[in-house]
Design a protein around this ligand. Structure first.
Ligand SMILES: NC(=O)c1ccc[n+]([C@@H]2O[C@H](COP(=O)([O-])OP(=O)(O)OC[C@H]3O[C@@H](n4cnc5c(N)ncnc54)[C@H](O)[C@@H]3O)[C@@H](O)[C@H]2O)c1
Length: 269
């Protein structure tokens, strides 16, 4: 018996990085996983990795910046597995520029990728989470079990970071809505929490190379490493483990909080 047996989880942005590690971890913990990404090829690879380990997963290529795509994602989860218990809103990316040079298009891009995806995916899941819990309360007096929503914020929302006005706005907004939704959905035993990863080894934090729009300068990587109490940058599995805790019954009495997953980054809590 694993702690997510019988649960169905959507993990957005799970074609790569933290999302892939989370999808694999949730599947190992027993969940059926709906692997969502913009890019079908890496998402299909994640599904193949889960199936190879004997887990259950399907792939839904969708960009949930658009609400209709979020509905497609939720409908696919229902068609394949019959319910939605868990949403891990992990999709996100960066488009860094110093504030004075940042265009509205840069701002909107980061808000869409990091905030609107989470907003729409969560909204599309409501009929299968809130309404189902409400029906259970009407029938038996209480929901059958706790359902879980997790947002993937960032240490940047806690510390600030030059060049990330747009990303900080989106990730800070996720912390604020975590508290708000926790209050709205608590009566339905839906826990809403967030993680704030520090610097985790993925393509977003790889050393910047020519022609690569993502990534950060090598000097920044060295500087950040010097701030981390545990002396290393994080791995995607470090965040996946906290996602897994927050979607399991082990965290049934935890809601409305943001957990920093930073290795004890000084200034990052
Ligand atoms: N890597 C870090 O240090 C770090 C730190 C703090 C927060 N985060 C956050 O963690 C999350 C995962 O980041 P990562 O480092 O694994 O990045 P990544 O680029 O390795 O993976 C992100 C995945 O999300 C997908 N994606 C992007 N926009 C999407 C959309 N609109 N719809 C569906 N999928 C989409 C990408 O295609 C990609 O496969 C992001 O929200 C990121 O902001 C990362």
């Amino acid at each position: 018996m694993s702690r997510l047996d019988d649960r169905v989880a959507i993990v957005t942005g799970s074609g790569r990085g933290i999302g892939r590690a989370t999808a694999l971890r949730l599947a190992r913990d027993g969940a059926a996983v709906v692997v969502n990404d913009l890019d079908p090829e890496p998402a299909a690879e994640t599904v193949a990795l889960i199936l190879a380990e004997g887990g259950r997963a399907i792939m839904v290529a969708a960009n949930t910046v658009a609400l209709d795509q979020a509905h497609v994602l939720a409908a696919a989860a229902i068609e394949a597995f019959g319910k939605i218990d868990i949403v891990v809103n992990n999709a996100g990316t960066t488009r860094d520029r110093m504030f004075h040079a940042m265009t509205d298009a840069d701002f909107d891009f980061a808000m869409d990728a990091n905030f609107r995806t989470a907003h729409h995916t969560t909204l599309a899941a409501m009929p299968y989470m809130r309404e189902v819990a409400k029906a259970e309360i009407a029938a038996t007096g209480r929901p059958a079990y706790h359902r879980k929503i997790v947002f993937t914020s960032s240490v940047v929302a806690l510390t600030g970071n030059p060049g990330q006005f747009n990303y900080a706005a989106a990730k800070g907004a996720l912390i604020a809505v975590t508290k708000t939704l926790a209050r709205e959905l608590g009566p339905f035993a839906i826990n809403v929490n967030a993680v704030a990863p520090g610097f985790i080894e993925t393509r977003l934090t790889a050393a910047k190379s020519a022609g690569n729009a993502l990534g950060i300068p090598e000097e920044t990587r060295d500087f950040v490493r010097s701030l981390v109490s545990l002396g290393r940058l994080g791995e995607p599995e470090d965040v996946a483990a906290v996602h897994a805790f927050l979607v399991s019954s082990d965290s049934d009495y935890v809601s409305g909080v943001t957990i920093p997953v930073t290795g004890g980054q000084i200034g990052g809590m």
